[in-house]
Write a protein that binds this ligand. Structure first.
Ligand code: UDP
Length: 157
């Protein structure tokens, strides 16, 4: 696997779906040069919500978070590219939209910590990207292909 193939997990949350932001968000990652390798429009059940946000179990916002994330459809995705996990996080912004720079997804589309539009794997949590991909996708749902512009995206292609 080349370093162009680092994968990361991204999900438009129920607020982003309801607000019609799926297309814009997908476009940002496509235009950046990342490769879409999986996508699923789905509703998260209580079990998956607990598994996905398990690390926050003891936090005061946990119950509201679990209820919110399973309250409507989400669009789950896997994006691949060089340094994908860190680059996607920088495009997403800070956890709190109010602290996120304009130009980031949360900085352009959100104002409230509890309605921050998008999830992306934490690049500072080693292996979080692959763990979250495994939680949401089966192997056969992740497609192997090359973008036709790969040779123009990477000098060392
Ligand atoms: N969250 C919240 N209140 C808080 C902190 C977090 O509602 O005080 C929610 C918010 O939706 C955030 C999610 O919990 O996206 C997970 O928190 P984390 O610290 O993992 O932030 P993220 O990785 O999403 O930036």
């Amino acid at each position: 696997m080349s370093h162009h193939d680092e994968r990361t997990f991204v999900m438009v949350k129920p607020d982003g779906v309801q607000r019609g932001l799926v297309g814009d968000i997908v476009s940002r990652f496509e235009e950046r040069g990342l490769k879409l390798v999986g996508g699923k429009f789905m509703q998260i059940d209580d079990n998956l919500a607990h598994d996905h946000y398990g690390e926050h179990e003891d936090k005061p916002f946990f119950d509201d978070l679990v209820e919110f994330i399973s309250s409507g459809p989400v669009f789950a995705m896997v994006w691949a590219g060089a340094d994908a996990t860190r680059q996607v996080r920088s495009m997403v912004g800070e956890t709190d939209p109010a602290e996120s720079a304009p130009g980031t997804i949360r900085g352009d589309f959100g104002l409230d910590l509890g309605r921050n539009v998008i999830h992306a794997s934490d690049h500072e949590d080693e292996g979080a990207n692959e763990r979250e991909i495994d939680l949401f996708f089966d192997d056969e749902e992740l497609l192997d292909y090359e973008r036709i512009d790969a040779a123009w995206l990477y000098e060392d292609h």
